[in-house]
Design a protein around this ligand. Structure first.
Ligand code: FAD
Ligand code: SF4
Length: 831
């Protein structure tokens, strides 16, 4: 059988693999590729900028084609198809006959006919060659614009930013971002998230022309506004490569694409079309997984079996580090057809929407922005029509609080649940890889089943299924951080310390592999901060940080920042109160007294932050670390100094504790309190560690929690003297820092601990592991290494200069920030 494939992209290559696996006798397979490179992983194209080489991205080396008897003709596009003679002619003049012809010509970037689009400095984002050109141009560019606020446009914008172009803009014609995947409210949160990454978004904008002589200088829009720029990347959609098919008389759709039936057959029974060039049921799938399924449909039929393409789910997850965006099922269904639950938290930048059937039984679709941890599970619930909890709200709220154990969720999945859509791998395939092939790492599962080797979105669920299956078999499960590090958090903590590693890149080079991901980057960042107490605002760690850490301030509604100086134990002099008042007045900040007994100032512009802090530091204040995963406040009651019930001086003790642990980076934020007697006015039993005065000393409580999931702290030790109490807190905190997973509060950490509070008491009080002295020594090192991060920024011009909206105009304030008057102060304008 003579089979000719036109196109050696992702789907063309997958087709070769599938066809070979069928073992068809006398197969003669010829592949023509227009690009000079063998098929590469276009889905992970952006990782080329992050250090992946062409070799890394290549799906199979040229040698593989040779070894499998495939005649691969790279850099030689097919120019003509003679359907009567059943042969093709290439650019080099090669004429090859076929029994079956497969079009896998993919698509090209759609370039709208904007006047000036041919200028130097205008690019598309599709091939490695495109990326090489962008890379060269970006070296001298200060501003970049991307046309297109869809999946690929946002990826291109992030790439521009990673290439060092600080002033990056996204232009979207529609009134919202990712219009095919998310709704208006989700888009608002996404815009806020992009702003935190320094990407400015302009929605509802239509480009009228590209300005400049030969080289782009700017863009003018139909509303008359102008945006100066040094380069433009167009990512406004795709256009199927159907020109050859059209020329040989195959039927194409009105808006392009080679028309195919459910068997992927065109109007010529000897010609198939697969991947992004195929128009199935009026649909071009711009994703790799449906293309792979189409490849299998054709290969199976050529091997003599029956198979049809049933259509495909378009659920997607954006793969930008630092931004979680996903949509699944039908994200927009509403009205009479469905019920919708929406959760929106502007403060944390989280938006979740789920749509379910009117009878509350079936999940129909949804949108996740800012926290897509639950994506894989929700997708499976939706696809497999699994039963919903009595209150469907639990699907999106509990998952965030860590109470819905994602690992436990996989138990309920049916065996035939499709986990990896790209490679068609089911839950039972993964379980079998563990039970029958002995796979015990995600890497081994990948090699054995190919799961998670396509877009990679299913990797967390693959891990959950693997862990669950291993546990069922009674095997020891090594809780490795992610696919890039074969160590647990605790092991990494020790190794980073032993090897004296100080940056994410050093840790990755020495202990890991690949590029890192949204799991390991913040986790390593937190380990480094805990270990060395170094300045978190350092440039090299910028991509691993929360925005809050990057600007040493919490970003607030409306795009401004808050300023929170430390007020240890809540004690403050009138002089210092005056300074806060003066600063707040001068910079027009909204002031509020918090539950943690300090004064927050809201509404600060990014570029005012260093000056505000300069004045506060001058007056003796220091950073309150309200933005970090670190100690917040140690609240205190007035204690024996003023209260007639007070047993001890709770204020002095709270100040001592707050000053000891200030700036301590930990897996999550830490809160503490000291009460002067059992009446507990400081609410110490709702804190991560709380201290209550007794007749004989202090009682120490640990692992309490307020907030959305309150939990009473548990008594760890009683009647301690002040020194011993601090010794135990040192051990407790250090043990938590070293063993808790990232973003785990002490309460959750204890809930998951085998042996619970008794075990913890044994470790901390009775030193059952013999590590007490070491934990104390490590804590002392951190205490000694303390520095006020804001003082460092204020005194270092290079760090100071990072606090600006516009790199070219550092004094310019963000024009989108708007306020309204409220009760003699201001508030963020409604947005
Ligand atoms: C930056 C980026 C990120 C992406 N991210 C994702 C993602 O996260 N998830 C996802 O599912 N998908 C993603 N995609 C889309 C995914 O890459 C495509 O769906 C997939 O590559 C389509 O494969 P294909 O083989 O159909 O087309 P292509 O990969 O475009 O391959 C077609 C090949 O055919 C060649 N060709 C065309 N005409 C001829 C001819 N006449 N003769 C010979 N050769 C010819 C072309 O030069 C090309 O090499 C992304 C794409 C890009 C660009
Ligand atoms: S906790 Fe006790 S000492 Fe402190 S203020 Fe309340 S009553 Fe007074």
């Amino acid at each position: 059988m003579k089979v000719v494939v036109i196109g050696n992209g992702m789907v063309g290559q997958k087709f070769c693999e599938k066809l070979l696996s069928k073992g068809i006798p006398d197969l003669q397979l010829t592949v023509f590729g227009e690009e000079t490179l063998a098929a590469y992983d276009r889905v992970h194209l952006s990782s080329y900028f992050a250090g992946k080489t062409v070799e890394d991205l290549t799906l199979q080396p040229v040698k593989w084609y040779e070894e499998n008897g495939i005649d691969l003709r790279l850099g030689d596009p097919v120019q003509e198809v003679d359907r009567l003679k059943k042969n093709v002619t290439s650019f080099e003049g090669l004429s090859i006959a076929y029994d079956y012809l497969v079009f896998a010509t993919g698509s090209a970037a759609f370039v709208p006919p904007i006047p000036g689009v041919d200028k130097h400095g205008v690019f598309v984002y599709r091939t490695i060659e495109d990326l090489n050109m962008i890379w060269r141009h970006a070296a001298t560019a200060k501003t970049a614009v991307v046309i297109g606020g869809g999946l690929l446009g946002l990826e291109a914008a992030k790439a521009c930013l990673d290439l060092g172009i600080k002033d990056t803009h996204v232009i979207e014609f529609a009134p919202r971002l990712m219009p095919r995947q998310i709704d208006e409210a989700g888009s608002e949160i996404l815009i806020q998230k992009l702003k935190e990454l320094d990407i400015t978004t302009h929605t509802g904008k239509n480009t009228a022309a590209i300005l400049g002589n030969e080289t782009i200088k700017g863009m003018i829009f139909t509303d008359g506004t102008i945006l100066s720029t040094d380069m433009l990347v167009i990512s406004a959609g795709i256009k199927p490569r159907d020109e050859l098919a059209r020329a040989c008389g195959l039927t194409v759709g009105p808006r392009g694409g080679i028309v195919v039936n459910d068997h992927m057959i065109t109007n010529d029974e000897h010609i198939f079309a697969i991947g992004e060039c195929a128009l199935h049921n009026s649909m071009i799938y711009g994703l790799v997984a449906p293309g792979y399924e189409m490849a299998d449909v054709v290969a199976t039929q050529l091997a003599g079996a029956a198979k049809q393409f049933p259509g495909f789910d378009m659920s997607t997850k954006l793969k930008l580090i630092g931004i979680d965006v996903a949509s699944f099922g039908d994200p927009f269904i509403s009205g009479d057809e469905a019920r919708t639950i929406v959760f929106r938290d502007n403060h944390r930048g989280i938006y979740k929407r789920i749509n379910f059937s009117n009878d509350g039984k079936e999940l129909l679709g949804g949108v996740l922005v800012g926290d897509a941890e639950a994506y894989n599970m929700l997708l499976q619930i939706c696809k497999n029509k699994m039963a919903l909890p009595p209150d469907p709200m639990d699907l999106i709220i509990k998952a965030k609080e860590g109470s819905a154990d994602a690992g436990a969720g996989v138990v309920a999945l049916p065996d035939d649940a499709l986990i990896c859509s790209c490679e068609g791998v089911t839950k039972s395939d993964i379980c079998n890889a563990v039970t029958e092939q002995g796979c015990e790492t995600v890497d081994a599962i990948k090699k054995c089943t190919k799961a998670a080797t396509g877009c990679g979105g299913c990797a967390p669920m693959v891990k959950d299924i693997m862990v669950h299956t291993m546990k069922q078999q009674g095997k020891l499960v090594r809780n490795v951080l992610c696919e890039h590090f074969g160590y647990s958090r605790q092991e990494l903590y020790d190794l980073v310390k032993l090897r004296d590693l100080h940056s994410f890149d050093e840790v990755l080079d020495t202990l890991g592999e690949g590029d890192g991901c949204e799991t390991c980057r913040p986790a390593i960042s937190s380990i480094l901060a805990s270990l060395w107490n170094e300045l978190i605002v350092k440039k090299e760690s910028a991509t691993s940080q929360d925005t809050n850490d990057r600007f040493l301030a919490n970003i607030q509604k409306g795009g401004t920042y808050s300023v929170v100086p430390r007020i240890p134990g809540g004690e403050i002099t009138p002089d210092k109160l005056l300074v806060i008042a003066q600063v707040a007045k001068k910079y027009n900040l909204y002031t509020k007294i918090t539950g943690g007994q300090r004064i927050d100032m809201f509404g600060a512009h990014l570029n005012d932050l260093p000056s505000i802090w300069e004045e506060l530091i001058e007056a003796g204040f220091e950073s309150g670390h309200a933005y970090g995963k670190s100690l917040r406040t140690v609240k205190s009651c007035v204690g024996s100094t003023w209260c007639r019930f007070g047993l001890h001086d709770s204020v002095s003790y709270a100040i001592r504790i707050e000053e000891r642990y200030r700036g301590l980076r930990s897996p999550h934020k830490l809160k503490s309190a000291v009460s002067g007697c059992i009446r507990e006015c400081a609410e110490a039993q709702s804190k991560d560690f709380g201290i209550i005065a007794t007749e004989k000393g202090w009682n120490l409580y640990v692992c309490g929690n307020g907030g959305s999931k309150p939990q009473h702290a548990l008594l760890l030790a009683t009647d301690l003297d002040s020194e011993t109490c601090i010794q135990y807190i040192d051990r407790f905190l250090m043990f938590y820092i070293k063993t808790a997973d990232p973003l785990t509060r002490t309460a959750t950490w204890l809930n998951k601990m085998d042996g619970g509070i008794d075990y913890l008491r044994n470790v901390v009080v009775h030193d059952s592991l013999g590590i007490g002295a070491e934990l104390e020594r490590e804590m002392q090192l951190l205490v000694d290494a303390y520095q006020c991060e804001w003082k460092n920024v204020v005194e270092t011009p290079e760090l100071r200069s990072q606090f600006t909206h516009f790199i070219n105009a550092p004094k310019e304030k963000d024009p989108t920030v708007q306020f309204e008057a409220m009760r003699d102060q201001k508030k963020a304008a409604t947005w």
